[in-house]
Design a protein. Structure first.
Lengths: 203, 203
């Protein structure tokens, strides 16, 4: 009724705007975020009480974008592979987000649900509780590294600077783009699964 | 002789200043870098001709800080483990640098020398040329993910939000800080080496 219209704020609206800032510059501040949304910082705090909560809302948004849930496959390693493939795709679209999400505690129920599924699958496959979080940490590392690799431009290495004959041949044969990155990630999944089977009792 | 003193610019001086900006904000611009060094942008270009060259100078600096060279161990996997341990330490000190270095081609001779050593070691261990770059890419992923993990604050997961009994027990037993992160990384190295041995013919 004649008042200036104010945007309808929600946790998701804030997360979308913050993610846009991170994609562009690798970071966001509360001041930038308030400006981007045309609101006062205090209005943000009515929805998300801290930078940590905003980062967690972004992580939750990105996981939801990828419908990141554990689908049951016929085997435990099929389930793990499917989950990690989707997880990689999510973060390949937002590579600058990687060091932000690793710097904050996982706490949202949606995101924790993914780790619940991964933990139950690995535990059911025989990974002992005492090594379970270490294996999950390795899964995170492989996926986030592979997401950065998928987001990276070609070439990864300047072959003209290499001296190792094996490396020179490997770079020349490796191909490029998504095909190269996907093949490297699929081999990483093979190595991960083989490692789980031989080292920590996965079966 | 009465002229305002100008800083003695070099590639290393530029890289140190750019790394400081990245550590603080996750990014640098040429304008910010010139301002931080008290010079004009054109003076930077006399030493490093593009943002890509500056990123590569930072990567080279960080690798040198960690005296990142392949030391011969008694076994191929000992050599790989030592190299990847040092590589992780380098980037754990500069987590915000991770998505920047992965976004640019490896081209400096010092940095390429590390990949030369890694390639020769893995090749000597029986990894076929056709899978060599994929294995190296996985090594990069594991290390950079583990560096981000080491740089992260505790806890990684809010146990109160977990529902999986296995995950709850795993989080409660995992410990914290460097001890937790180091143990996870050492297990990751075990899984990586086991995977190389069983999947791609390392021996």
């Amino acid at each position: 009724m004649g008042r200036p219209s104010t945007p309808l704020l929600s946790s998701d609206v804030i997360a979308v705007a913050a993610l846009r800032l991170v994609d562009r510059s690798g970071e966001f501040t509360i001041a930038q975020l308030a400006q981007a949304l045309g609101v006062r910082p205090s209005s943000l705090y009515n929805h998300l009480g801290s930078k940590a909560e905003i980062v967690e809302a972004i992580r939750s948004l990105v996981f939801r974008e990828g419908t990141l849930t554990a689908e049951d496959a016929a085997t435990w390693d099929g389930t793990v592979r499917n989950l990690l493939r989707r997880y990689r795709e999510c973060f390949a679209r937002h590579p600058r987000l990687v060091p932000l999400v690793t710097a904050y505690t996982v706490s949202s129920p949606e995101v924790m649900g993914v780790y619940d599924d991964l933990a139950e699958t690995l535990s059911g496959a025989g990974v002992p509780v005492g090594q379970l979080l270490d294996v999950i940490t390795m899964c995170d590392s492989v996926v986030l590294g592979a997401a950065l690799d998928l987001a990276a431009p070609d070439p990864g290495w300047d072959v003209d600077q290499a001296r190792s004959p094996a490396l020179i041949a490997a770079i020349q044969q490796a191909g490029s783009g998504r095909e190269r990155s996907d093949r490297a990630f699929e081999l990483a999944l093979d190595l991960l699964v083989a490692g789980i089977t031989t080292v920590v009792g996965g079966r």
